[in-house]
Design a protein around this ligand. Structure first.
Ligand SMILES: Cc1cc2nc3c(=O)[nH]c(=O)nc-3n(C[C@H](O)[C@H](O)[C@H](O)COP(=O)(O)O)c2cc1C
Length: 332
């Protein structure tokens, strides 16, 4: 029932990919997802070489005796950061283990495509608007991830962002015309079997899930942050540049960040120009919040799907549940 082009191509039991979430999709979560029959993408994020080496080694050690699962273990990076430092990508490409896939998000993938193709690694490109599709096809992407504005973490800014429900079928149609062999995953707001079944109906070959996997036992997210998220609902997140300023991240202005709309965020919402001009006092408040694990000031990176989180399961249990629910719904 849930066999799709994506599951067949990557040897998956379920057409699901773990999003390569910076600081959450570490070696343990990536290995658990690969072992449970989905595509496990390590959160290479900003390309911290030491972090990637450590978490990559952990995933490899956990998957040592599991050759089927090893072939479902890949990695993702934030593309614009590679323009500043691509050492983690270069290191990964030199390793004996060939990643199942490399995912690039947030920037032009073309400068990195040849290096990835030389190793025969499928390239996955995450986009937020139809106009980004052509550069990904030029880069030879095997898989496009259509990310709606509901998504947790970074995505297209609120002015230009698109919702998953209309973006996915529109990109499915474009791919059908321009590159029918390129696969499509839906991302943003998918947290259960309903979301998976809906994405398949919209023309996707599978889904890429972040927020729901963020709140699993193998995730690197702190238990305190997860508890905070479990008490929130889909109304409680916002997308803005506030946390990027507080975290001193130099993101290109077209992208911004969805997280829980906590007290510190709300305090700065009407005063963003002031925050840009003079960020230091707010950054100090944020730093203190992080040090104290006080989530009225520290960020909790989740998307609108936070309202669909009601527990803190292991990744394998979660995957089985999503698979089962989607199958039941599709049979119905
Ligand atoms: C905690 C967190 C961290 C993320 N970090 C990254 C990242 O480093 N690179 C990336 O391509 N996407 C990242 N994303 C976005 C995901 O790739 C994906 O688009 C998103 O999680 C899908 O929406 P969902 O959160 O509703 O499942 C992150 C998402 C979350 C929730």
């Amino acid at each position: 029932m849930l066999t799709t082009r994506f599951s067949t191509c990557f040897g998956l039991h379920s057409p699901i990919a773990l999003a390569p979430m910076a600081m959450a999709s570490g070696g343990a979560l990536t290995a658990a997802c690969a072992d449970a029959g989905t595509l496990g993408l390590l959160g290479g994020g900003y390309g911290d070489l030491v972090w990637v080496q450590k978490e990559h080694a952990l995933a490899l050690s956990l998957l040592q005796q599991r050759s089927g699962a090893l072939s479902r273990f890949g990695c993702g990076f934030i593309t614009w950061r590679l323009d500043e430092d691509a050492s983690a990508l270069d290191w990964l490409l030199d390793q004996p283990h060939t990643p199942a896939a490399l995912m690039l998000s947030f920037g032009d993938p073309r400068p990195y495509a040849a290096r990835i193709a030389q190793r025969g690694i499928p390239l996955i490109c995450q986009i937020q608007r139809t106009q980004q599709l052509s550069e990904c096809l030029e880069a030879g992407a095997s898989v496009i991830v259509a990310q709606g504005i509901e998504a947790g973490g970074h995505g297209m800014n609120s002015m230009d962002g698109r919702s998953t429900f209309s973006l996915v079928p529109e990109i499915a149609d474009l791919l059908q015309q321009q590159s029918p062999s390129t696969l499509l995953l839906a991302a943003g707001g998918i947290a259960d079997g309903r979301g998976l079944a809906a994405a398949l109906m919209l023309g996707a070959d599978g889904v890429l899930i972040g927020t729901r996997f963020w709140a699993t036992r193998e995730s690197l997210a702190s238990q305190a942050a997860v508890n905070e998220a479990l008490n929130a609902n889909g109304d409680d997140t916002a997308r803005s540049i506030i946390f990027d300023i507080l975290r001193r991240k130099n993101w290109p202005p077209v992208f911004n960040f969805r997280a829980l709309r906590n007290q510190l965020h709300q305090q700065w919402e009407p005063r963003i120009p002031e925050l840009i001009c003079s960020p230091e006092p707010a950054q100090r408040a944020y730093d203190a919040g992080v040090a104290a694990a006080d989530f009225t000031r520290a960020h909790v990176t989740v998307g609108e799907a936070v309202g669909l989180l009601h527990d803190y399961p292991g990744a394998a249990e979660l995957i089985a549940r999503i698979h089962q629910q989607a199958t039941t719904l599709m049979l119905r």
